[in-house]
Design a protein around this ligand. Structure first.
Ligand code: SF4
Length: 403
């Protein structure tokens, strides 16, 4: 099998993207990536820093999600309020609402400079603070952390504050995430809170990796994070501690499961590129059919959840529909079908007589979008049973109506 050096890999990723600046990973993209780790398409597009929204729009399937400009500016204004005057409001919430012992402290803004420099400053700040547990508590605004995503370094640029709480026998580092969705009666919308928890879990993992790289234990980083949101329908900040251990384990597991980017690139046709061929005004000139052909060379693993998480969702959904893919039925059904890739195959299996070994082996041996090892005659038996049960239920209903 061909192997790709890091330089070759990076050059190949640059060619895939075309002559435009890469779109960097952030906690949101890593969280979305780990929610669907089996999707090679997203892994390759993200690793190359391709603007997926621009690609989807060129394909005529632009995403219909994303924050409105109003929501984005409201979020920025709320974050500014919480961090104003050296984090005065944040400190009050930490001390009075959550009872965390943040005594004397130093507020350090790490948001300036290029990413390499910011990461070095972040690392130096944490190293110095950990070397002197008696020093004042540290509040690090906009620390920059790194994570290995598919064998490639991704910088995560949190809009969070990492702070060290003293008082306990071992000072621990917490992360705070500031969100502009409301917390009503001390509880946030579970879906939004869950998404925020997964994003902060990415930061927790990155901060744990930093501790490990400093020769320190990962458990210096607390897994209960501070979520700061507006209280009820006001603009008054409120805070709650959120346990992200479950999300942290999921993110860690999914990142470990992700195939390496080099292995994915080795499987790609060297001529493939997602370059939109922008003209002097930045308008894409690449023919959509040509671009669609390039996209189709990287296997996707569509799931209904993609619609709210990935810019390519409508294109991938149309593709899955065109193939009659069982991906459309959701992960639970797809997994229960044991690797049977299309609805046509499902119907064939459900109709086959138990002894019809020729149909079973023909369907199950077809090349599937899924892992061949998953193809399972047990799924065929269950499908036949379901079909028989449905036929019997319909027969009984008809009998009852005619009686
Ligand atoms: S929308 Fe497409 S590219 Fe994005 S994660 Fe889903 S299947 Fe993969």
């Amino acid at each position: 099998m061909a192997t790709t050096s890091m330089t070759e890999r990076d050059e190949r990723l640059d060619l895939l993207r075309g002559p435009v600046p890469p779109r960097p990973h952030d906690a949101r993209t890593i969280a979305a990536l780990t929610a669907n780790p089996g999707c090679d398409r997203r892994a390759v597009l993200d690793a190359a820093g391709v603007d997926k929204r621009a690609v989807a729009e060129r394909l005529g399937s632009g995403p219909r999600f994303g924050q409105s400009p109003f929501a984005i500016s409201r979020g920025h204004a709320f974050e500014k309020l919480v961090k104003a005057e050296g984090g005065a409001i944040l400190l009050r919430l930490l001390r009075e609402t959550l009872g965390l012992d943040v005594g004397e402290h130093e507020w350090t803004d790490l948001g300036d400079g290029d990413r390499k420099r910011r990461y070095e400053r972040t690392r130096a700040l944490f190293a110095a603070a950990c070397a002197n547990p008696d020093a004042p508590a540290v509040l690090a605004d906009h620390p920059l952390l790194v994570l290995d995503v598919g064998g490639r370094t991704a910088y995560v640029e949190p809009d969070v504050v990492a702070f060290r709480v003293s008082g306990a026998s071992t000072p621990r580092w917490h992360l705070a995430e500031i969100k502009s969705f409301p917390m009503i009666d001390g509880r946030a919308d579970p879906v939004k809170a869950g998404e925020a928890a997964t994003q902060v879990a990415v930061y927790v993992l990155a901060l744990q990796e930093l501790m490990i790289s400093l020769g320190l234990p990962a458990d210096l980083v607390a897994t209960d994070v501070v979520l700061v949101c507006p209280r009820d329908f006001t603009n008054t900040p409120d805070a709650a501690l959120v346990d992200v251990r479950r999300q942290l384990a999921a993110v860690r597991r999914q990142l470990n499961r992700m195939p390496s980017i080099s292995a994915l690139l080795d499987r790609l046709d060297p001529a493939v590129t997602f370059d939109l061929a922008l003209d002097a005004d930045g308008v894409p000139t690449r023919e959509p059919a040509d671009l669609a052909g390039a996209v189709s060379t990287v296997p996707a693993r569509y799931a209904p959840e993609c619609v709210s998480r990935c810019e390519m969702a409508f294109h991938c959904r149309d593709e899955a529909r065109a193939h009659g893919s069982t991906d459309l039925l959701g992960r639970t059904v797809r997994d229960a079908l044991g690797g049977v890739g299309t609805m046509h195959e499902v119907l064939e299996l459900a109709s086959a007589a138990p002894s019809d070994a020729a149909v079973l082996s023909a369907v199950l041996s077809k090349e599937s979008a899924f892992d061949d090892a998953l193809a399972d005659p047990e799924a065929a038996r269950l499908l036949r049973t379901a079909r028989r049960a449905r036929a019997e239920a319909l027969r009984s209903a008809a009998d009852r109506e005619s009686a």
